[in-house]
Ligand binder design. Structure first.
Ligand SMILES: C[S@@+](CC[C@H](N)C(=O)[O-])C[C@H]1O[C@@H](n2cnc3c(N)ncnc32)[C@H](O)[C@@H]1O
Length: 217
């Protein structure tokens, strides 16, 4: 069962505002500024749609959000966006778009954060690396990935670590494994040929990686 923070879009949004504090809007703006008007955006693990609602809506952008959480998918539908309920790790056919993006979600596909189930054909299919490969194939212009590099789940305090790991369970498993800046940079080293730029978002909680897509126009 998913943790309490994923049961209500409003509660999730509130927690994000507390977590990012004064950088909440500038984080979303930093992503939005990488995306031009009048294009197609596919947002994996989109949550309840803050990026769409606060930044992308009204810019002629054809936005599709995918999330495993039916409550978040319903919220996006209320906002007027396309939304699909899906486990993105289990989909070999990601929707195509100019931009394939994923915010604060890559860690969920690291070994140790997913329980095996019968839908898994092999470990590789569910790995973070393969998911990024699929995003590159589906993106006609860019893949944009923002990922936290400072996490309570990596606190020295074991109680805080356990609480953070449980609180971020999206319904698949507790989430004890996270990137830090070094491991995240190391992860993207193998995409060096596609990597265009990377930078820290305001506040330094997350790092953004921009990669050239390989999708056909
Ligand atoms: C930390 S939240 C990030 C949400 C949003 N991208 C943001 O930045 O606010 C992680 C999101 O990933 C979704 N999620 C977790 N595992 C997923 C999976 N296997 N497939 C699709 N969505 C998933 C959760 O439901 C949740 O909405």
């Amino acid at each position: 069962m998913s943790s309490v923070i994923y049961r209500s879009p409003a509660l999730y949004e509130l927690l994000m505002r507390v977590l990012y504090a004064t950088h909440y809007r500038s984080r979303l703006r930093a992503i939005s500024e990488l995306i031009e008007d009048d294009c197609e955006v596919v947002d994996l693990c989109c949550g309840p749609g803050a990026l769409y609602r606060l930044e992308l809506r009204g810019r002629g952008i054809d936005y599709t959000g995918l999330d495993i959480n039916p409550r978040f998918v319903a919220r996006l539908q209320e906002l007027g966006a396309n939304s699909i309920q899906a486990d993105v790790a289990a989909r070999s056919d990601l929707p195509k778009g100019d931009y394939l993006i994923m915010l604060s979600s890559l860690y969920q596909f690291l070994p140790g954060n997913r329980e095996e189930d019968s839908s898994a054909s092999d470990e590789g299919e569910r790995s973070a690396r393969l998911l990024v490969e699929r995003m590159l194939e589906a993106a006609r212009s860019r893949v944009i990935i923002a990922e936290p590099i400072r996490n309570f789940a990596q606190s020295r305090n074991p109680v805080l670590r356990r609480v953070a790991s449980r609180l971020t369970n999206p319904g698949t498993a507790d989430q004890p494994v996270r990137f830090d800046e070094q491991s995240l940079d190391g992860f993207f080293d193998s995409f060096e040929g596609s990597l265009e730029r990377c930078f820290a978002i305001p506040g330094g909680r997350e790092k953004v990686y921009v990669l050239r897509g390989r999708g056909q126009a």
